[in-house]
Design a protein around this ligand. Sequence first.
Ligand code: NAG
Ligand code: NAG
Ligand code: NAG
Ligand code: NAG
Ligand code: NAG
Ligand code: NAG
Length: 436
Amino acid sequence: MECGEGERPDVSVMKTPEYIPRRSASTEKDAHCYIKMLYVLLAAVFLTTLTFSLPLNQDYHGEAETPLRFNSDGTFQISIFEDLHFGENAWEQWGPQQDVKTAAVMNAVLDAESPQLVVLNGDLITGENTFLENSTTYIDQIVAPLVQRDLPWASTYGNHDSDFNISRRNILGRERLYPNARTSQMVFGEDSGVSNYYLPVYPSDGGSEPCLLLWFFDSRGGFLYQQTDERSQRIDQPNWVDHSVVDWFQKTRDSLNAQFNRTIPSLAFVHIPTNASRALQLGVGVDPYTEPGIDEDTPLAGQAQGWCADGTSDSDCEYGGQDLPFMKALASTPGLLAVFSAHDHGATWCFKWNETLPGMHFSGNGLNLCFGQHSGYGGYGSWSRGSRQVFLTEALLAENEIDTWIRLESGDVVSSVTLNATYGLDRYSPTPDTHT
Ligand SMILES: *[C@@H]1O[C@H](CO)[C@@H](O)[C@H](O)[C@H]1NC(C)=O
Ligand SMILES: *[C@@H]1O[C@H](CO)[C@@H](O)[C@H](O)[C@H]1NC(C)=O
Ligand SMILES: *[C@@H]1O[C@H](CO)[C@@H](O)[C@H](O)[C@H]1NC(C)=O
Ligand SMILES: *[C@@H]1O[C@H](CO)[C@@H](O)[C@H](O)[C@H]1NC(C)=O
Ligand SMILES: *[C@@H]1O[C@H](CO)[C@@H](O)[C@H](O)[C@H]1NC(C)=O
Ligand SMILES: *[C@@H]1O[C@H](CO)[C@@H](O)[C@H](O)[C@H]1NC(C)=O
């Protein structure tokens, strides 16, 4: 192949088995070109053995993404689906039936709400139940309700999205077959995970400076793809946000704020909550009147659970502390208004983290730690399925305020709160503990 200006590889022969991440347009044409040649070579090698996976790089479509922008009325809404757990027990009737019910949850929520972005906050697929040859094709079912409505979406991956027969990279590749996918990868260390990236959101007036940043973090977990140890057991993958990602986050955050000469307000999404949520739950305690929501996963399962302080995985180790750098980074990020997690299906509250917690030598800066609602019929628990809505307006954002509520499959709205300066003191009606 030749390396030339504007040269595009032939898509028909470029069915790369692995997603090749987009990088910012590079002026270092030669280096870029050789890397590309290497990719093509690698792709050709992989193609002969891995014909079952067929993700294409968005670059090769030559399409520019439509940036996210506030509506002309100054609003921007996000619907979060989490713990969808598609693909359980394909060999029994109830597995595929359960997926149909989960898609119905998504359709019911999206018929009632009008988001500009959907976040799939991890555990899209129950990887331990999937087959090597078609494990990522569940993505097609998951995104069908979004494609039908022409909605952009952005994913974080959860612990169940990595297993012997499924990999995060291949899920990303499958997602990127769709132009509406905004899921990406911006950190490329061997242990960084995959779904680490940010998305800028632009103002309604057509301005070209972002007025909101959405950060997506990969808390990893689950098992390594197609690897076993000497006893033929699957190999655990660490379940916290890697330090390479923390470094990238801090550098990128600081350089964006410097570039635009202001603190850009932000939200973050990560599948597994940090120990801060657990420490708030067990220490200060979740009050059903001031932090309305279900609080039935006690204690919460968080990052670094099942890992010891020395870095070995052991279910007897309750908490290894490896999420400390990530927690510190979150707590010291000015303008970060809320972090949305999933993973604990029985937790749906938001808590304002403003205190020094026992055992922690730093305090939260008032950022809100929120859970969403279990959206899938797969995975544990029978709490009513639903989806957290995050509603922003340009005016509220200027005051560091967010409105948020949970839309249940039934159509009911619960846990509707304003995350403002007095959240944690304001009284709300408790969330009913309903099940399906
Ligand atoms: C994946 O393959 C399995 C085994 O052949 C099959 O039962 C299942 O329906 C397939 N899943 C999808 C989404 O095609
Ligand atoms: C992985 O997929 C292969 C091929 O479909 C299947 O035979 C095997 O049972 C799966 N392994 C696991 C651990 O699910
Ligand atoms: C950055 O913003 C401050 C006020 O917030 C202003 O004083 C300063 O001149 C700005 N710097 C640049 C380079 O625009
Ligand atoms: C982690 O949470 C526990 C409460 O479950 C708390 O006692 C401990 O101090 C916390 N540690 C850190 C480092 O956050
Ligand atoms: C925060 O929102 C609640 C609920 O809307 C409201 O009662 C309270 O007055 C607000 N606090 C501030 C400081 O605006
Ligand atoms: C932190 O929030 C709690 C309510 O969750 C409130 O009682 C306390 O006054 C707040 N502390 C500070 C320093 O703002």
